[in-house]
Design a binder for this molecule. Sequence first.
Ligand code: HEC
Length: 106
Amino acid sequence: MKRYIVCALAAALSVSIAHAGDASRGKELSAPCAACHGADGNSVAPDFPRLAGQYETYLFRALQDYKWGARKNAIMAGQVEKLEKRDMADLAAYFASQQGPLHTKH
Ligand code: HEC
């Protein structure tokens, strides 16, 4: 019985942790983003911000802001138009998990 309760708790916990994005699903969704931001989020053109290694919460917030118009950019508004909250969380998790330029300096 005790063991059962522990398992149930662990399951409940992993569900709440799973609120953070799923990077592997984010990778699948990221194909259209690659054209501008680079496949791993390290864009080569100065017009497109690097997403790799950026904080997950920051990326998620930015995507939501484009979606709801708090941050206005015609290109990105079109990109997030069809994305669900979960998609944006997964995309944020994927790009955050990629190695950005700052990591190489350690
Ligand atoms: C056609 C080019 C293009 C595509 C495709 C594109 N983006 Fe962007 N993205 C931009 C530009 C340009 C900006 C800078 C906009 C601004 O000034 O707010 C930007 C900004 C962002 C930012 C904010 C970055 C920061 O540092 O604040 C995020 C996050 C982002 N894009 C994610 C995505 C994701 C995820 C996708 C794929 C679903 C995507 N973008 C597809 C051009 C693009």
